[in-house]
Design a protein around this ligand. Structure first.
Ligand code: NGS
Length: 287
């Protein structure tokens, strides 16, 4: 993306034709440069957190998957911010919050895998997935939450790092990836508990190792604000796991048996909340 305006041809359109409701509707404009008008009011969201533009046919549909535990203030702020943000982009979208039940260390990557599985069961429209942390808010309205041809790292320039990219291969925070691409790399690893490593494993050992490239929008568009919270405990072991997986998976061994293919979990509750669909899961049924 050497141009600083995102073009429609950069993005993957929705493949699903919306049902004709007897109205003559035109396609929603991709008016990213005109999103700044101040009078925008958000529209009511369907129970469960889904939304479609009321007066035009959306060009894009996105499923947002948010792994979650114990951060109610962050979740409220995230939802209050994201609904109007996504609506302004004329997207059709669904928001799934995957909550890990108490007990084990947090497993962000496995919660993403579960969100992917559950969203595919719940909505036939799912083809573009945004795997996103609850504590990051996009600061530029041109940062369109749709999928690109190649997997995209979205959250590259954070206020916390004075809008510098910490290292070029970073793939943490928020990414956009097509369903087929995510399936082709067997999703995330399920083996990273606690902070760190799972995103490096996805980018280095899976996405790049499978021949995809990683793209980013320009740095002025990829700016994010990080919400405050207690820091997560870092796991010393995760760096070793990430390196170990990279060392031996070129024959596809680890890739093919760790990820969507061996994903096990128990759904404790599915709730259509006012602003999102919540899926509470127990991870202790397997590794
Ligand atoms: C690396 C972690 C990544 C993490 C990145 C950025 O060290 O998971 O730092 O963290 N990798 C390992 O632990 C192997 S940040 O600077 O955003 O706090 O995403």
């Amino acid at each position: 993306f050497d141009h600083h305006v995102i073009q429609e041809e950069d993005l993957i359109p929705s493949l699903v034709a919306l049902p004709d409701e007897g109205q003559v509707q035109s396609k929603c404009p991709l008016n990213l440069e005109h999103l700044a008008h101040p009078g925008f009011k958000s529209f009511p969201v369907e129970q469960g957190g889904g939304w479609n533009p009321p007066d035009c046919i959306p060009r894009f549909h996105s499923v947002l998957v948010i792994p979650y535990r114990d951060r109610p203030e962050n979740l409220q702020q995230f939802l209050a911010f994201m609904h109007p943000f996504l609506q302004r982009q004329n997207l059709s979208y669904d928001i799934f919050v995957i909550e890990q039940a108490p007990g084990m260390a947090f497993n962000r990557a496995k919660l993403f895998n579960i969100g992917f599985r559950e969203a595919l069961k719940a909505t036939s429209e799912a083809y573009c997935f945004i795997f996103h942390d609850v504590d990051l808010l996009p600061m530029d309205r041109r940062n369109i939450y749709a999928c690109t041809r190649q997997p995209r790292h979205m959250t590259s320039h954070l206020d916390k790092f004075r809008y510098n990219l910490p290292y070029p291969q970073l793939f943490g925070g928020g990414i956009a990836i097509l369903k087929d691409q995510f399936q082709a790399v067997n999703g995330f690893s399920n083996r990273f508990f606690g902070w760190g490593g799972e995103d490096d494993d996805l980018s280095q050992n899976r996405v790049l190792a499978s021949g995809y490239q990683i793209c980013r929008f320009p740095s002025d568009i990829n700016r994010y604000q990080m919400l405050s919270h207690r820091p997560a405990p870092r796991m010393a072991d995760n760096y070793r796991k990430f390196k170990a997986a990279g060392g031996s998976d070129h024959d596809g061994m680890i890739l093919s048996r760790d990820g969507l293919s061996d994903l096990m979990y128990t759904v404790l509750a599915r709730t259509r909340e006012e602003l999102y669909t919540k899926i509470l899961v127990d991870l202790s049924t397997s590794m």
